[in-house]
Write a protein that binds this ligand. Structure first.
Ligand SMILES: CC(C)(COP(=O)(O)OP(=O)(O)OC[C@H]1O[C@@H](n2cnc3c(N)ncnc32)[C@H](O)[C@@H]1OP(=O)(O)O)[C@@H](O)C(=O)NCCC(=O)NCCS
Length: 143
């Protein structure tokens, strides 16, 4: 059975989360995480989708201000994409945002993931920009 839950920074689940993000989001771009980058996550909300103890997908929620929450590092494991896991991580994240009084969830969406976020009700704002060497769009949804 799939469950969505928060991941504790520095835990065993967190190590698996970093490994999944590295495999899905960084290695394909020839990049890797630095300790400085990971250390900043200590204050973030870390979300995981699990089958028993196995991590299938994840994301990070970073408050930008009292109103807006930024979703980052969304990744679903290879071979499990397109089965609704990403959408369930998004729905859980939106609920977390609402429960904590945020009015907006936004993200820097990779161009190839824009259709995924759009299917989940997110809208593009502004122009295309580059991040980690690839095109992105800012997208958002009122909670
Ligand atoms: C993007 C990603 C998080 C989506 O998660 P997922 O579990 O594969 O998505 P879902 O199965 O919940 O998809 C929901 C809908 O979006 C569509 N969709 C998912 N990824 C898509 C993509 N890259 N392009 C177009 N449509 C996509 C699905 O077809 C599905 O549509 P349907 O309901 O009509 O069948 C996942 O595919 C992934 O990790 N990709 C690689 C890393 C990445 O790009 N991360 C996002 C960084 S911003």
């Amino acid at each position: 059975m799939l469950t969505l839950r928060l991941i504790e920074y520095g835990s065993c689940d967190y190590q698996h989360m970093v490994a999944l993000r590295d495999k899905i989001l960084r290695k394909p771009l020839g990049l890797s995480f630095t300790q400085e980058y990971l250390q900043q996550e200590i204050n973030d909300v870390l979300v995981g989708c699990f089958d028993e103890q196995q991590l299938l997908g994840c994301c990070i929620l970073t408050p930008l201000n009292d109103d807006a929450l930024q979703l980052r590092q969304m990744a679903v494991d290879n071979g499990l994409q397109g089965k609704g896991i990403g959408s369930s991580i998004l729905a859980f994240s939106e609920e977390q945002g609402r429960l904590n009084g945020f009015m907006e969830l936004m993200m820097h969406a990779r161009k190839e993931a824009v259709a995924f976020y759009a299917k989940n009700g997110y809208k593009v704002r502004g122009e295309e920009f580059e991040e980690v060497g690839i095109p992105h769009y800012e997208m958002f949804k009122r909670l």
